[in-house]
Design a protein around this ligand. Sequence first.
Ligand code: BGC
Length: 850
Amino acid sequence: MIQIKRFACENLTSGCVTDERSPRFSFYVESNIPGNSLQTAELTVNGWKTIIHSQLSEHYRGPKLTPFTQYTAALAVTDAQGAKDEATVTFETGRLDTPWQAKWISDPTYKFTDKAVSPVPMTFRKVIRTGKPIAKARIYATAMGIYELELNGQKVGNRYFAPGFTSYKHNLQYQTYDVTELLRGEDELRVIVAGGWAVGSFVFTRKNRVYADRQALLLELRITYADGTEEVIGTDETWSVSEEGPFKMADIYDGEIYDATCGWDTVAWRPAAPEKLRLSPKIMADYGDPVVAHERMEPISCTELDGKLIYDFGQNFAGVVHLTINGKRGQVVTVKHAELLNPDGSLNVKFLRTAKAAAIYTCADGIQTYSPRLTYMGFRYISIEGISRENIEVAALALYSDVEQTGGFACSDPMLNRLQQNILWSSKSNFVDIPTDCPQRDERMGWTGDIAVFAPVACYNFNMSRFLNKWMLDLQAEQLPSGGVPNTIPLHGFGFPATMPVMAVAWWDDACILVPWSEYQARGDKEILRHYYPGMKKYIKACCFWAGLLSTGKNKYIWDVPGMLCFGDWVAPDVPQMSQWQARGKWTGTASIRNCSSLVARIAEILGETQDAAYYRDLSEKTADAYCSVFTDGNGKLLEEFQTAYVLPLHLDMFPNADVKAKAAQNLVKLVEGNDHCIGTGFPGTPYILFALADNGHADTAYKMLLNTKCPSWLYQVKMGATTIWERWDGLDENGECPIGDDGTDIMISYNHYASGAVGDFMYRRVAGIEAQAPGYERFKVQPVLGGGLTWAKSHVLTPYGLVSSHWRIENDQFTIEVQVPLGTSCQLILPNGQSISLNSGNHTHTCPV
Ligand code: BGC
């Protein structure tokens, strides 16, 4: 028997509305017959039939698709026994460049009071009269700002922060809402548009109006009546606008002020006016994953302090409170948010910097619910003022992009399991439409370095395809002519020096290569490489320019430009000053050129660019040689020793031969032992240190480091009660107090920064042992590395071919492993005794003595 388990259009199994002219289809199948194989797969769409060549991505190449049309794609498969299965997936085309009949509208009379403050939300309104039976009705909407759509007082759809965060100068998404069943004949459409990212105060410099002078709305309601006639109702001068109504303030950092006593019926409406935007982005149907509410969080405790209620959710996360209040008209309830409590039990809001992160709600009479809709916060604790405990029920909603969780890891060490949970929660908290650095303070920006190092583990845990592709489109659009990449994507008018036209910053800008490469490894779609390849080449050219500037001989490959901004070994705990992290930039920068050039050499080969491949291979070799010549004694010893300086050349295979490499590994071990097995790496070294140890014969040291609970280490955070990954290794001291220095890092204390959670990659690849050998796991390896006293570990990854899983245990000196191999893939299982076994699809169990 063969069964189609997943059949998707543009990576969505339902609800896809796309402006892609040749959308992509993907599927996987399962079978109960071990070793079964897929014989044929035929796709039929819009009268076009094709034999599928790659189940990971088959492009539609049939007759031109028509806008606003629903299509059904049919898939028929047969297996080696001749058994068959069929499945369908429907998708709808979006506008496909149909010109908008609607006009951008705004309230030109709105005056900003302050350069740094978000505008009062604008509400646009129109009453729509239809009066004939409707066959189909869709709303297409987008905004400058973030909007919520209401039809007859009810929110339409479930997404937050539409149209999403993109580089609005270049790209803007629109959303499609099926309102066929919601229209009643006379309907009131209301759209609340807050400043959001485009117009609101954003980035720690707190500038507003970066992308537009004021909020603006573009919306079309397209109706097909049962009698076949069509009508388009678009935003124009006939719409009304007002800043009155219950939403008094909304700001990504500061929160929301909502007054439930301000009913919509008393609002004074003015005519809206056409708005000329400053920018003309490409407007496309959604291509990312929408932010929606996921887990409902319940508090685990409530205490009272100085007339305030303090709630603990037991988990740090990003989202909004959800309150049920028994209130009196005019009563004001104020909710503040924080990741941490002060020693006296009050909320620590210092680390939020300028972000006020408050929700202020004025009650109507009676039982009512309130949950902010135009902002979000990163928090574990809240304080509530203005209401007694018996009159409020408190919950919260975790908000994040709708990325499907595809991976799982667990083992016999409960602290490591908590670390995996912390990695997951920091991911969720920072996948809020773009990959952010943190969800709480006045940043929440798309810092490139964070996702560059975190992407591999993100791709184990989640299907990141749409989310990362959306962000990469912005990265591509914002890449500088010189090849450098702004350090935050979207750039968002951020005036950081590194965004100057000629800059390039190692490891951060590497995101233009590391992110597509991780996604390609996980999902196997070559297109992402092809699409971003020109940008990768441009970036390497920029790196080479800087490395080669004013230098000769081997120094041409050492990236060391005095005074040039770099982030070096960012957050390395053994040198707690920012300037010292940055001083390590020549080691990390040079290793970045090695890493990027060898990856781009591989990418060039995959794309058939053989000449390029040879060039990048040569560059990669010369860079490795330069690193060893300039920074080491030629015999595996760094002239200036620190963990990252060993980790990078070891992991990136930069030493000239096995003997020197072994010596270097030994030197790293010494360094690690001398540091009590505590971590000493920053962003560039952290993802690779355990690989550098374990893959060079020092699994014991790697495990000692992984399982260490002394500060700084991953499990120290767990020991101190962390529920997400910290930005600083020493976020809390042994007494649970925050280290507040004056070295510049005192304003950088976040408890929800995923970058050092990159260690999760080691947990999947070495502890559980699952590693792709060919993109998308068409071939993969299972080779657990035993150690640390672990007696079992299991993990699973939902690959594009289906579920891969590995579960091993040690009992009575016997190692047993169960491996699940999906149809269409093959697996090399390597047992701890070195025995190598080839596995076809199916479930397998093997044992060996340990
Ligand atoms: C962010 C980091 C980021 C860094 C750049 C910080 O403020 O929070 O995660 O990568 O700046 O060095």
